[in-house]
Design a protein around this ligand. Structure first.
Ligand code: ATP
Length: 300
């Protein structure tokens, strides 16, 4: 085999609860991940050296050197397997860059699966999950896909069986937001307001809505503790979220650290109508519809 193509999804956090800042600089999280049908493609081809090419929208912000998460994933896997890391990686990005949808993590997960196949390593999922956790707290979920509760820094995952397909509309923004800056702003706001931050806990009503596949029940339960910080750093997102609510979204939320906004619809038709209204409202760069849950990184 000289070439392997892997498709890997974006995620939206349907719950993101951020605990107090820990001494090591991280936060304990309860993170309910949901994989949606916006996909990056990672193609791995045989090569003597490690090369990376990135295609798609706003890819000028994606590093094309050893900082690229896909390259880091390939090198980590090669080291783990005790072989040379030679591979030519090509990424086609559809997941918005620095958009709060785990695009970099998706590419890392895609590279792990693609190189495992290309190099005929035959490593089981459990091994890939461990390597994924070393690369970043969202990478294990990008491998797994579906819907899952993440605890710790988000990397300890428990799958949730979703009882149906949910229909989403995503409002993509111009320019990204740095995840680190959004967390720092969240800490700053909490300190300034003296907010008492409790231990994060999973919302059982949200899990029930996911399990029975009920978008009407899920909409009001969507929550994101990073949203106030994202809105503080990018105030025009307030208008974007308002527009979604005005046009009948069942739930409106900033996706992860933003600036992408996610809107839950009641059906595929509702999602299409909502997308048209959001586009007409002129509150974002682009609008895409997607459904979830979808599987994690798969060879195609
Ligand atoms: P998350 O939701 O996991 O917090 P994000 O979706 O907001 O992340 P990414 O698209 O993962 O953000 O990009 C964050 C930064 O990571 C980018 O600005 C870029 O510099 C860097 N990066 C490294 N590798 C990649 C990659 N393969 N794709 C995108 N960004 C990458």
């Amino acid at each position: 085999m000289t070439s392997v193509k892997v498709r890997v999804p974006a995620k939206v956090n349907v719950q993101l609860s951020v605990g107090p800042l820990r001494d090591d600089g991280y936060h304990d999280l309860v993170n309910v991940f949901h994989a949606v049908s916006i996909f990056d493609e990672v193609v791995a081809e045989e090569s003597d050296s490690v090369t990376i090419r990135v295609e798609g929208h706003t890819v000028d912000q994606v590093p094309v050197n050893d900082d690229n998460l896909a390259v880091r994933a390939a090198r980590l896997l090669a080291r783990h397997a005790g072989r040379s890391p030679g591979v030519s990686l090509r990424i086609h990005k559809t997941i918005p860059v620095a958009g709060g949808m785990a695009g970099g993590s998706a590419d890392a997960a895609g590279a792990l699966v693609a190189c495992n196949e290309l190099w005929k390593l035959g490593l089981p999922m459990a091994d890939l999950m461990e390597l994924a956790a070393e690369l970043g707290s969202d990478v294990p979920f990008s491998l797994l896909g579906g819907t899952a509760v993440g605890t710790g820094r988000g990397e300890r995952l428990t799958e949730v069986e979703a009882g149906g397909t949910f229909h989403w509309v995503f409002a993509l923004a111009d320019g990204g937001l740095s995840t680190a800056k959004v967390y720092a702003e969240c800490d700053r706001i909490r300190q300034a307001t003296g907010e008492k931050v409790g231990w994060p806990a999973v919302n059982e009503d949200l899990l029930r809505a996911l399990r029975i596949g009920d978008p009407k029940a899920l909409g009001p339960e969507l929550s994101n503790d990073l949203q106030p910080a994202a809105l503080m750093l990018r105030s025009r997102l307030v208008r974007t979220l308002d527009a979604g609510r005005e046009h009948g979204a069942l739930g409106s939320i900033v996706s992860g650290s933003g600036p992408t906004c996610a809107f839950l619809a009641g059906s595929k038709e509702h999602a299409t109508d909502l997308a048209v209204s959001l586009k007409a409202a002129g509150v974002c760069r682009a609008v895409v519809t997607a459904e979830g849950p979808v599987p994690g990184a798969v060879v195609v």
